[in-house]
Design a protein around this ligand. Structure first.
Ligand SMILES: [Zn+2]
Length: 254
């Protein structure tokens, strides 16, 4: 059956923090819910933390994993049982940092592909304080890093909207090369995908993560590290300065 992924319903859904759900699987130290706003580790983005408020009080969620069934790690002795109704709350600060960092990753990956000989993103790790992206094939010098920073920050200043929609493989490939979107790496059986779009087709990316609604929320990126990972791969680390625009969580219980 799996868990309904409430954070995936729209870009706006990423701003919700409170939800109700029912326990569908209860294990010693973790539970699965029929629906959840908790983002599980995946696609390079780290998991959400927060609380579940159940019949026996408030429990801390320390880790969230899974693709179909999403497991909320609570520790031993949580006392939740199948069928229990809970109210969940995710930690907004951590989620919002991930949304800003993740949207910045889409931008940086696009700028690198467009400006540095179609170098591809081969890995990424999104955290709150600093995030990293691996590119191949590439050999960044100081000038390239400055150019990358400038081009990315210029796009942020243009404050393009971020939206999502379902698209077919051929629709996506008609707009952007499959090497740029990594569509060529997806199994041929996958035809319908959730696409995260920046501006009017400025960037397209099949993605199940959480993102901000407009680029101005990111603030400016600063590249703080470069590391060679061998075989033509280099890793860039970046951090974000506070954006001019900032949204609060939507506290409505969904
Ligand atoms: Zn994404």
């Amino acid at each position: 059956m799996g868990s309904e992924k409430l954070f995936l319903e729209s870009i706006e859904a990423g701003y919700f923090t409170n939800f109700t759900a029912q326990v569908t699987i209860a294990e010693e130290d973790k539970v699965v819910l029929d629906r959840t706003l908790f983002y599980p580790l995946g696609g390079g983005q780290n998991w959400d933390i927060g609380t579940l408020n159940g019949p026996n009080g408030i429990l801390q969620v320390s880790e969230v994993r899974g693709r179909d069934d999403i497991f909320h790690h609570l520790g031993q002795g949580h006392q939740l049982e199948v069928g229990d109704e809970i109210t969940g709350k995710i930690d907004w600060q951590r989620r919002y940092e991930h949304m800003r960092m993740h949207t910045a990753q889409h931008l940086v990956s696009g700028v690198v592909y467009d400006n540095f000989n179609a170098a591809r993103t081969v890995g990424n790790q999104i955290h709150t304080e600093r995030s990293r992206i691996d590119f191949n094939p590439i050999k960044f010098d100081e000038e390239m890093l400055q150019q990358l920073t400038q081009l990315t920050n210029d796009l942020i200043d243009e404050n393009h909207a971020v939206s999502d929609q379902q698209m077919t493989r051929s629709e996506i490939n008609a707009i952007m090369p499959p090497e740029r979107t990594n569509m060529d790496l997806l199994p041929a059986s996958v035809n319908n995908l959730r696409i995260v779009k920046i501006g009017d087709s400025l960037d397209l990316c099949p993605c199940a993560g959480t993102h901000v609604k407009q680029l101005g929320e990111i603030g400016h990126i600063e590249i703080i590290g470069k590391k060679s990972k061998g075989k033509g791969t280099q890793r860039i680390s970046y951090t974000l300065n506070e954006g001019d625009i900032s949204f609060e969580a939507n506290n409505k219980v969904i």
